[in-house]
Ligand binder design. Structure first.
Ligand code: GDP
Length: 384
């Protein structure tokens, strides 16, 4: 009876109304709203704030503190998060911008990458803990879906900190490399820089965000847009807080004594491609990649680790592990002694360490230690 109530027939035969499923999903998603977390990383002055303001047409950095150079020398990376609600034609987007002021600015930047890695892992961990709770209704999802990494236009390709950062993060977040202040390049310089960056990314085996392949049934316009976007990576961007009037239209541009560079003109830079990718075409894919690949890898590693810990608690295994550890330490000690003997020409360079040399080495080391102790006693006048 119920079956007949929901089934109807159309001209071609039976019809259950599957075609309305996408509408249901759409209605629900629109009601719930969308959320996206974008991280921006790069040293200060590369135009990050200007680009974010230009991308989302907001002034997100009104209350920002700019540090003096002396303060920057010892500055550490601070991670800040700003949230802005964007509504356009009844579609709500909660946009989280995670900024990393201080990145790459200090004299010693060894800890710059660690601060960002720790932040990203911490968001994964927070989500994982939320997932295993009994009540998952209020689960906090602060996972970073995309990281715009700003490459300086003033170097010759990637700098060591760029490589270090991307290598540390490429398996934890979708990295989209961005070539900052592209108006600093001539057309040929820009092509050279892009090729160089791509080659270096390849040489260092850095995995940046990969666009998914198009489906054969995708429409031609989408395929064309997709291909165009792919060839623009790394996106060469220009940002501006000002607008100019041109042919009766207001345009976002940077004005120079010789003319203006239009931010949204694809002939001038890749700003539009970047914005289309982030908002119009690949936002959901970036989120899916985070959920299905990056977070999933993290979750698997965590679960394997905790399983190994359980096995380790098993006393027979623990004893075995302790034995291996002890054996290894002894091996390292013997190898070091043997190395010392070789460099002091007590054994020849071609000799291999065997039991005989192992014994000789230990006796010699003990003898050397006793000689040293004797010498110290003589120097300090404590010899009996
Ligand atoms: P942030 O410290 O990385 O956030 O950099 P800002 O956005 O504060 O920009 C630093 C300076 O660079 C400002 O004077 C901007 O006007 C300027 N700037 C921003 N974007 C560009 C750009 O695309 N080209 C050029 N030439 N200058 C830019």
């Amino acid at each position: 009876m119920v079956f007949f109530l929901f089934c109807s027939k159309d001209e071609d035969g039976e019809y259950v109304g599957l075609a309305t499923l996408p509408n249901q999903v759409q209605r629900k998603s629109v009601k719930k709203g969308f959320e996206f977390t974008l991280m921006v990383v790069g040293e200060s002055g590369l135009g990050k704030s200007t680009l974010i303001n230009s991308l989302f047409l907001r002034d997100l950095y009104k209350d920002r503190t700019l540090y003096e150079v002396q303060e920057k020398v010892y500055q550490t990376v601070a991670i800040t998060k700003k949230t802005v609600d964007i509504v356009e034609k009844d579609i709500k987007l909660k946009l989280n911008i995670v900024d990393t002021p201080g990145f790459g600015d200090a004299m010693d930047n060894t800890k710059s990458c660690k601060a960002v890695v720790d932040y990203i892992v911490c968001q994964f961990e927070q989500y994982r803990r939320g997932e295993v709770r009994l009540n998952r209704k209020n689960i906090q999802d602060n996972r970073v879906h995309c990281c715009l990494y700003f490459i300086s236009p003033f170097g010759h390709g990637l700098r060591p900190i760029d490589v270090e950062f991307m290598k540390a993060l490429h398996e934890k977040v979708n990295i989209v490399p961005v070539l900052a202040k592209a108006d600093c390049f001539t057309h040929s310089e820009l092509q050279y820089m892009k090729t160089r960056i791509l080659n270096e990314l390849n040489d260092y085996r850095i995995k940046i965000y990969q666009f998914p392949e198009c489906d054969p049934d995708d429409d031609e316009l989408f395929k064309k847009q997709h291909l165009e976007m792919k060839t623009r990576i790394p996106f060469a961007v220009i940002g501006s807080d000002t607008t100019v009037e041109s042919n009766g239209k207001r345009l976002r541009a940077r004005c120079y004594p010789w003319g203006a560079v239009e931010v949204e003109n694809p002939a001038h830079c890749d700003f539009v491609h970047l914005r289309n990718m982030l908002v119009q075409t690949h936002m959901q894919d970036l989120k899916d990649m985070t959920e299905d690949s990056l977070y999933e890898n993290y979750r698997i590693v965590c679960s394997l680790r905790s399983k190994m810990f359980v096995y380790y608690e098993d006393s027979a295994l623990r004893t075995l592990h302790e034995q291996i550890k002890k054996q290894r330490t002894t091996e390292i000690f013997y190898t070091n002694v043997f190395g010392e003997l070789q460099s002091a020409h007590i054994v020849s360079g071609g000799d291999k360490m065997d039991n005989e040399y192992r014994n000789k080495g230990v006796v010699l080391m003990l003898w050397l230690i006793s000689v040293c102790i004797h010498e110290i006693h003589i120097q300090t006048g404590t010899l009996n």
